[in-house]
Write a protein that binds this ligand. Sequence first.
Ligand SMILES: Nc1ncnc2c1ncn2[C@@H]1O[C@H](COP(=O)(O)OP(=O)(O)OP(=O)(O)O)[C@@H](O)[C@H]1O
Ligand SMILES: [Mg+2]
Length: 338
Amino acid sequence: MIQLKNINVTFKQKNKKFHAVSDVSLNIKDGEIFGIMGASGAGKSTLIRTINLLQKPTSGEIIINDKNITIYRGESLRRLRHNIGMIFQNFNLAESKTVFDNIAFPLKIAGKSKVEINKRVRELLDLVGLASKSKEYPSKLSGGQKQRVGIARALGNNAKMLLCDEPTSALDIETTASILNILREINEKFKITIIIITHQLEVVKAICNRVAVMNQGRIVEEGLVYNVFTNPKNEYTKKLLKHSSKFELPELLLKSIKGPIIKIKYMGETATEPILSNLSIKFNVTFNILHGKIEYIGDLPFGILYLNIKADKDIFTKVIQYLKDNTYSVEVINHATT
Ligand SMILES: Nc1ncnc2c1ncn2[C@@H]1O[C@H](COP(=O)(O)OP(=O)(O)OP(=O)(O)O)[C@@H](O)[C@H]1O
Ligand SMILES: [Mg+2]
């Protein structure tokens, strides 16, 4: 378990103190994939860098497996860093070294023998699917391949933890998916705890178990990814997620519709039940589907549907009640009558 306790990081900027990270406390469990999202400048990179003490916190403690690592220096810090791999948006590979030598580098630093290094680098190359590229230089690799090298290098000394700072932000959608698959695989296979900073909400939805939202140095919201995405509590989170799914009814359409518009949220199991066909059979009403979408967050469905129902007042009230009983939430948006 990684515990961050009241972490503060301040920088001096033009003789003024700047709080990059303010009083952040977080518990990250062994074996989970934990996401951190937030706007540029929120302090995400600064925060993640405190976990391996690349950035020393101004105050606060980092406890890993009940050991206060904040006080580590020299040899103990070096050993700690073997257990914590890190990958970056721009891969940070040594351009003058081959793929093999890039991956071998931290193993050499750790004092492994040539035989051990050879064996381990081969294993790692297989793991990330780059066995055929071992003699290439980074300039000959695609972005996705470079990140695979980055992952292999980070895991070399059997890291228990992988810190990822925007690992897929420089990659296209398909390559992103393949890197996420590798991350998921190493998480499942080797039980490696993964902390991933990203501004790509899709990445959080695809692989994270829990997520924290950062704004201006502070964690403003934290929880299971499904809960945070379907039911954000904090205003900043709501703003951040507004653009994540095309769940809003287009403004033009909203204006042109006469009569009430019903907005239904489906969650979990209710997202896959035949509520609409039941509705028309039970109440004998007709409706237009104006807009709708179901998406999956992790393995769980979440959906929104906008309906325009023509019915007299009595039936309409019953319909709303039925929907309220059978979906997560119901909202009547435009309450003018036809
Ligand atoms: N070494 C430093 N010295 C002074 N200020 C710094 C230093 N490192 C970061 N900062 C400032 O701290 C703030 C947070 O930076 P940080 O890189 O952690 O943000 P971020 O959330 O990772 O942003 P991005 O999404 O753009 O990577 C920024 O305003 C940045 O200018
Ligand atoms: Mg950053």
